[in-house]
Design a protein around this ligand. Structure first.
Ligand code: DX5
Ligand code: ZN
Length: 237
């Protein structure tokens, strides 16, 4: 069986029955729940705060990973931690003190991920990756669900995987945005180990459980296919 993890993003859930939808995702084999937090500044959209995490904590034992798309994540780490978050995903973009932010996450006893946007090269992670539990390669520009997958991020996933194998082998490689039955096997072959999916799971007319098994079937036995030696991913177009 595939060891690829699925992280349903509740951004595309029906908020009027959020608890039920998260329970269905858990029954469908979700490995964690992805919570997208947006402040209207860092990205042009507004979503949810710690109160939602607190409510989710009461309905699921699954790890809650909090994707902070906000201008100053430092301001809210304590509140989200107290609400029951298990891990924080903070962006490289716009953070002048990223090392300090990551250390604060660690001191709170939470898992730390650094996310990079589609236009940001993997190389910026070189000096921070040893402190991380996970890197997140955004496969759309952050801000909205149901956007089109950006194909040029596929070789970048490979570069992220090469970096973690070289510097921090226990680190996971997560992808977020436009993941569906078509793109899931591509990102897995490129080196992703954790797949976030919002609309492909909560927007499926056949329901959450069917959608999750569809994604699992699409992944099938796909696995990481490193670039052959002599053709390093850094030189791929
Ligand atoms: C986008 C968010 C994603 C979003 C993905 O900024 O970070 O987590 O929910 O949604 P889909 O899977 O619909 O692209
Ligand atoms: Zn996200």
């Amino acid at each position: 069986m595939s060891t690829i993890k699925l992280a349903p993003s509740i951004l595309s859930a029906d908020f009027a029955r959020l608890g039920q939808q998260v329970t269905e995702a858990a029954q469908g084999g979700a490995d964690r729940i992805h919570v997208d937090v947006m402040d209207g500044h860092f990205v042009p959209n507004l979503t949810m705060g710690p109160a939602v995490v607190q409510s989710l904590r009461r309905v699921t034992d699954l790890p809650l990973e909090i994707h902070l798309m906000i201008s100053d994540p430092n301001l809210f780490l304590d509140e989200f931690a107290a609400a029951g978050s298990d891990s924080f995903l903070v962006h490289w973009e716009g953070n002048n003190n990223l090392h300090r932010t990551v250390q604060r996450i660690k001191r709170l006893g939470k898992r730390a991920t650094v996310a990079i946007n589609p236009a940001t090269p993997v190389a910026v992670l070189e000096e921070i990756v040893c402190d991380l539990d996970q890197v997140l390669v955004m496969t759309v520009n952050p801000g909205f669900g149901h956007q089109q997958f950006i194909g040029t991020t596929v070789p970048k996933i490979g570069r992220a995987r090469e970096l973690i194998e070289r510097r921090q082998p226990m680190c996971e490689v997560e992808v977020d945005g436009g993941i569906d039955a078509e793109t899931a096997p591509l990102v897995v072959r490129a080196g992703a180990t954790v797949l976030v999916a919002g609309s492909a799971i909560f927007g499926d007319h056949d329901g959450v459980t069917v959608a999750m098994s569809r994604l699992r079937t699409a992944i099938g036995n796909a696995k990481y296919e490193p670039e052959p030696a002599g053709r390093p991913a850094l030189q791929r177009s």
